[in-house]
Design a protein around this ligand. Structure first.
Ligand SMILES: C[S@@+](CC[C@H](N)C(=O)[O-])C[C@H]1O[C@@H](n2cnc3c(N)ncnc32)[C@H](O)[C@@H]1O
Length: 192
């Protein structure tokens, strides 16, 4: 079974496989994530690996336009169902196998990229391509947020520390937020 089929199966067995809608850990983490975004409002946001749309819904309040993508068909359908009809004009939801498939980048780039609990599912090669594409899709002065759980799970191909250290080492980025706690890492970088 490949990674996409694995996630598809998870969404088939539950519409909320990580209890992002109900678990206090997930609800609190989302508040930390939203509170860590340096600007109140962004023009063009990109949320790769949007899952069932819980963070997507909150990001719509902070972005004029938001591109959200996931490779699991069920996740895209759940995300679409989660978003209020009136917010759908702002949302460009796509089924994409990242990083091989990538959304159109707005003129000048996204000014926000939010990668929540995604990058550690990528193998070394895909992670390198994904990171490069996130960076080149980001406008100068734009913010790139990454948030990852710090513990082990059988389907994780990377650990949070390695992934964050790799991104943070880029000379094109400056750290704006560095939040570390027992269970997750959350960092925001600004593109120079
Ligand atoms: C743990 S969930 C996180 C969902 C959401 N970002 C959050 O924090 O609640 C990971 C999501 O990433 C998606 N995903 C994993 N690898 C992907 C890839 N290569 N391309 C697109 N989506 C991917 C999965 O289908 C799943 O919905």
């Amino acid at each position: 079974m490949n990674q996409r089929q694995h996630f598809e199966q998870l969404y088939q067995s539950s519409p909320d496989p990580w209890a992002v809608q109900t678990a206090w850990y997930e609800r609190r983490k989302r508040q930390v994530l939203l509170g860590s975004l340096p600007r109140e409002q962004y023009r063009y946001g990109f949320e790769p690996g949007c899952g069932n749309g819980e963070t997507t819904m909150a990001l719509l309040e902070r972005c004029d336009q938001l591109v959200a993508a996931d490779f699991a068909e069920s996740a895209v359908l759940l995300c679409n169902a989660r978003i209020q009809r009136e917010d759908r004009r702002q949302l460009h939801l796509q089924k994409l196998q990242l990083p091989q498939e990538w959304p159109d980048v707005p003129p000048g780039g996204f000014d926000l990229v939010v990668v929540s609990e995604l990058a550690y599912y990528l193998d070394d090669e895909d992670l390198a391509v994904f990171s490069e594409r996130c960076l080149t899709s980001l406008a100068p002065g734009g913010h790139w947020l990454m948030c990852h759980w710090r513990h082990k799970a059988p389907d994780l191909l990377q650990n949070a520390e390695t992934v964050h250290a790799q991104i943070g080492a880029s000379a094109a980025l400056q750290t704006v937020v560095d939040h570390r706690e027992t269970d997750f890492l959350l960092e925001v970088w600004e593109r120079l």
